[in-house]
Design a protein around this ligand. Structure first.
Ligand code: 5GP
Length: 218
């Protein structure tokens, strides 16, 4: 019988999870995900590739990998993307390599992707690693106000985003958790709670049987 050697943390090693955040544009998802990433060293952002041009303040390789339509088409053809979708006429996709590396290392990955991408991840072998969170705005008037506050976009773009917000919201039923972001601090606390509970799921705690056997001296 082999004695199970407990890791330094006294916890059995964990399987990484895929933490998906979706919301209509303007529901505060980007701010929430940035805050979560800043305070939690065990979760990393999946940086998407996109054909949309950078907004002011966005950095290539940090916010997105900004690529040409040709480069994006090559990524699709060579199966470099875990999922991809067209949003507002631009293409967005999740590079496969960094996600697989992080999960194998037992780290969690945060995805800021839309419902189309979430559906595709649900259809992959990694579906059991998926935790899907949908963030709703308190109401549509508040959403529009927030979108107008984002001065980087043209009014036509804002109108288009409002139309698309309704479409995005209609997919709320495809998610595991639904948050209403009427208070950013509260919403962040709820996100933390979901992440914590999901990390403790039995299926994600690898070596648990050996850990308990070792504890019981069996
Ligand atoms: P934005 O242009 O405002 O940064 O993003 C527009 C929408 O595209 C957001 O709903 C965002 O979640 C989604 N998005 C960003 N990256 C990806 C991706 O890699 N895949 C998918 N399916 N959607 C993405």
């Amino acid at each position: 019988m082999t004695q199970f050697v407990r890791p330094a943390s006294h916890r059995p090693p964990r399987r990484g999870l895929m933490f998906v955040l979706s919301s209509p544009s303007g529901a505060g998802k980007t701010t929430l995900s940035r805050r979560l990433l800043a305070e939690d060293g065990d979760i990393t952002l999946s940086v998407s590739a996109t054909t949309r041009p950078p907004r002011t303040g966005e950095t290539d390789g940090v916010d997105y990998y900004f690529v040409t339509p040709d480069r994006f088409a090559t990524m699709v053809a060579e199966d470099e993307l875990l999922e991809w979708a067209t949003v507002f006429g631009n293409r967005y996709g999740t590079p496969r390599g960094p996600v697989e590396d992080a999960l194998h290392a037992g780290r969690d990955v945060l995805f800021d992707i839309d419902w189309q991408g979430t559906q595709q991840l649900q259809q992959t072998d990694a579906a059991s690693d998926l935790v899907r969170v949908f963030i709703l705005p308190p109401d549509l008037a508040e959403l529009e106000r927030r979108l107008q506050g984002r001065a980087t976009d043209h009014p036509d773009v804002i109108a288009g985003r409002m139309a698309r917000a309704r479409d995005e919201i209609s997919h709320w039923g495809e998610y595991d958790y639904i948050l209403v972001n009427d208070d950013a601090d509260l919403c962040l606390a709820e996100l933390r709670a979901i992440l914590k509970a999901e990390r403790l799921r039995r299926k994600r705690q690898l070596g648990l049987a050996d850990f308990v056997r070792g504890m019981l001296g069996e």
